[in-house]
Design a protein around this ligand. Structure first.
Ligand code: GAP
Length: 458
């Protein structure tokens, strides 16, 4: 199994590519930026949508046992008492008493300086070597006020996970969808965490998006479904092109488990900074439904009329981060190679994830080529996201499309005007074949539907 990502400086290179090519920008950049908050540009938003669509397809459309939901970000404040976030969603914060006065997560500093998060011994400020304060527990939830008067009764929180919106709607969905466990509720949406030490680009942010699914099962089936979802989720990433040897499952030790979980395994990806969590697959037991039942006074259970059984379902939760997944797919796709003495940077994204599926390029801006290219472009654009580009040398245009991960380039040249064929260039193999211009859109639609494996596997 590899221990480092293929390109050691890939993170730096990706940050620069993302800005240059319009994938991701620092938020509020003209004001100097907002710490660890990022904006998605024209290509980034497409990649992100494709990723979320792929998740929704796998979770909701491909199955009969999962329903979708879009719950509000602002929830009743009692939610966070019941869920345990008000008391327990904290990180240990230490501050430098030396020169720099920076704040750090104590467990991260311990891991870096002493080898383990809970190792005993003295730690110092990683920046200036100064003494550090005693740790204090810092709650990661952002607070705000609802209504015009700032008083404690109206204090609300920006949700730190989408999951709670699902638990409080358990009864609504159960009665609407006429489901019986095992069944799930899936949701994609923004979450907010006031992380002490965010960073590594979009890996750890303060505002991010999650794709979470809560799967409600009879308690005695929880172990089996936990296994099922770990396997499904690993398969989802590899099916979309992540190299299997850059992905692994890691079971949490007892001291790592969240307050709600009896067993969690992380899907980890080999990020440039090392193996790190991409997604958690947790067995939350009956913790959440029991807590919300207690705090709200509502019965949150399932009554099986055929057997007369009444029980609180257990919950298996695959919880993924959209931004983190996007980073993993980009890191895995990033490649640099020499072609005929020139360096080529290419994002080998799965065609279904790529922001543009095709680019239509007239070889020169004369002799009727742009007009013919426009016709081809319209036919392709009717079936998939595509781009028309007539500026600059053809080599430069190919390089730009490689860098943004466009799987196919269609070039209109002199031969097109004579025999009606175009050149179809494949991003990964660099094969160039001639195909009838009138067939190219249908041909690419077929290719898009085919299974794909990354050429990085060799
Ligand atoms: N409902 C369970 C839950 O929220 P989590 O492990 O805290 O579990 C799930 O979060 C996923 O959300 C993580 O695996 C990660 O992909 C993403 N995530 C969590 N915090 C994040 C942050 N600060 N920035 C970006 N993604 C984050």
């Amino acid at each position: 199994m590899p221990t480092t990502s293929t390109h050691p400086d890939v993170m730096e290179k990706l940050v620069s590519l993302c800005k240059r090519r319009g994938f991701i920008f620092q938020s509020s950049e003209i004001y100097g930026g907002t710490g660890s908050v990022w904006d998605y540009g024209p290509l980034g938003v497409e990649l992100k949508r494709n990723l979320k669509d792929a998740w929704w397809r796998a979770m909701v459309y491909a199955r009969d046992d999962i329903e979708g939901l879009d719950a509000a970000i602002l929830m009743h404040p009692r939610t966070w008492e019941a869920s345990g976030h008000l008391e327990g969603f904290t990180d240990p914060l230490v501050q430098c008493l030396g020169k720099c006065k920076r704040r750090w997560r104590e467990d991260h500093v311990r891991e870096e300086q002493l080898g383990a998060e809970d190792a005993e011994g003295e730690i110092v400020c990683p920046k200036c070597g100064g003494e550090l304060t005693e740790p204090r527990q810092f709650n990661l939830m952002f607070k705000t006020h609802m209504g015009p008067v700032e008083e404690s009764g109206t204090e609300v929180f920006l949700r730190p996970e989408t999951a709670q919106g699902i638990f409080v709607n358990f009864k609504n969905v159960l009665s609407f969808a006429r489901k019986k466990p095992p069944f799930g509720i899936a949701q994609i949406g923004k979450s907010f965490r006031n992380e002490i030490t965010p960073g590594n680009f979009v890996f750890r942010m303060r505002e991010f998006e999650q794709m979470e699914m809560e799967f409600f099962v009879p308690p005695d089936e929880a172990g089996r479904w936990h296994e099922h979802w770990m396997e499904q989720r690993m398969g989802w990433y590899t099916g979309l092109g992540i190299r299997p040897d850059h992905l692994r499952l890691r079971e949490h030790g007892a001291d790592e488990l969240s307050h709600y979980s009896s067993a969690t395994s992380d899907v980890e990806y080999l990020f440039p900074m090392g193996w790190s969590e991409l997604e958690g697959v947790a067995n939350r037991g009956d913790f959440d439904l029991t807590q919300h039942a207690k705090f709200s006074g509502e019965k949150l259970e399932y009554f099986d009329q055929s057997t007369g059984d009444r029980y609180v379902p257990y919950v298996i939760e695959p919880a993924a981060g959209v931004d983190r997944a996007m980073l993993a797919f980009m890191v895995d796709a990033y490649d640099v190679e020499e072609v005929e003495g020139r360096t080529r940077t290419v994002l080998r994204l799965h065609p279904r994830l790529a922001p543009n599926k095709a680019a239509v390029l007239p070889l020169v801006s004369k002799e009727g080529m742009p007009e013919r290219a426009r016709e081809v472009y319209e036919s392709v654009k009717a079936r998939m996201p595509a781009e028309f580009d007539e500026g600059g040398s053809i080599g430069k245009r190919y390089r730009r499309q490689d860098e943004i991960g466009t799987p196919w380039c269609i070039t209109i040249d002199g031969e097109t005007l004579e025999d009606g064929t175009v050149t179809l260039r494949d991003r990964d193999s660099l094969d160039q074949t001639r195909v009838p211009a009138d067939d190219v859109a249908a041909l690419l639609a077929d290719r898009l539907a085919e299974p794909w494996t990354t050429p990085k596997l060799g």
